[in-house]
Design a protein around this ligand. Structure first.
Ligand code: ZN
Length: 301
């Protein structure tokens, strides 16, 4: 039964991607609704991921978040052969020329996949992979047979390639979340934006064999330019519409309350990196079954 569910979900995911491709190809423009800018465009705690060190070196302070204390995991590992993720056709699904015309990031499921069932919601998990929290998150999701979307930071992928690969192997989607999570992202020069996106894209491909098709700006630092640059690299800009601000550790109950208030079609944001995520994990442990009990279905983007 669970296998059939998983299969159905994979088919659903493929459908969503294909629908999205046709949507982008057809409209090529701003088909997205108007949501106010992300509330936390500025000082997010996961700024810790951006220590300003350069991408060139893997050692040292490329990221000073908790992940930075775990050097060398998965080093000298031969990258897997490049392949497509289960639900995402390899290459060319989202024509860059069309994406360039996009003016706003996607912030709800209906923007991204109109064919998704009405009871679908999407959980997005940002700022990993992290050696402590990502495995716990993966175990929890597996326990509840939930597929999610992980927004990966390039320097963390470089340090923990096996974790990134495990995410993909478990059937989750991956999203480019820049190389070093610089904020405010929208203040970067286009050249730096490009470098951040391209470097992360390569790290994700090297570790997982998957070409990410989604991009989430660090801290929700969107601007028209950010969206354009993402589009130039074939990436769909993905925002969120439910933010429990778990990064600020407001308490398990507050995180849960915020997530439980979500409506069908929501894209929910939480984190598996950038600090102690025990509250997030605890909250999800109750939130996931309750949302499922309500008849909502989790889909990967
Ligand atoms: Zn982030």
């Amino acid at each position: 039964m669970e296998e059939r569910d998983a299969g159905r979900r994979r088919i659903l995911g493929a459908l969503a991607v294909l629908t999205l491709a046709s949507l982008v190809a057809r409209d090529g423009g701003d088909v997205l609704g108007g949501r106010p800018p992300a509330p936390d465009g500025g000082a997010r705690s996961d700024a810790g991921s951006d220590a300003g060190s350069d991408a060139g070196s893997d050692a040292g302070s490329g990221a000073n978040g908790p992940a930075g204390h775990h050097q060398g995991a998965g080093a000298l590992r031969r990258p897997p052969e490049r392949r497509s993720p289960a639900a995402v056709p390899d290459g060319g699904a989202f024509p860059p020329a069309s994406l360039r015309a996009r003016r706003r990031p996607v912030h709800s499921l209906s923007d991204l996949a109109p064919a998704a069932p009405g009871n679908a919601i999407a959980l997005t998990i940002d700022d990993g992979p992290h050696p402590e929290w990502t495995p716990r998150m993966l175990d929890l999701l597996a326990e509840h047979d939930v597929r999610a979307t992980f927004s990966l930071i390039g320097v963390h992928v470089r340090r923990h390639p096996r974790l990134a690969e495990r995410i993909v192997r478990a059937g989750h989607q991956v999203c480019n979340h820049s190389m070093r999570h610089p904020m405010p992202f929208d203040r970067l020069t286009p050249r730096r934006m490009t470098a951040e996106i391209v470097a992360a894209q390569h790290r994700i491909e090297d570790a997982t064999g998957v070409t990410a098709r989604l991009f989430r700006a660090p801290g929700g630092g969107w601007s028209r330019r950010v969206v354009e640059v993402a589009g130039e690299h074939g990436l769909i800009p993905v925002d969120w519409d439910v933010d429990p601000r778990d990064w600020s550790r407001p308490g398990t109950r507050r995180i849960a309350r915020s997530m439980l208030a979500c409506r069908p079609g929501a894209i929910l944001l939480c984190h598996d990196g950038g600090g102690d995520r025990s509250e997030t994990i605890r909250a999800l442990r109750t939130v996931i079954p309750r949302l499922k009990h309500r008849g909502l279905t989790f889909v990967a983007l």
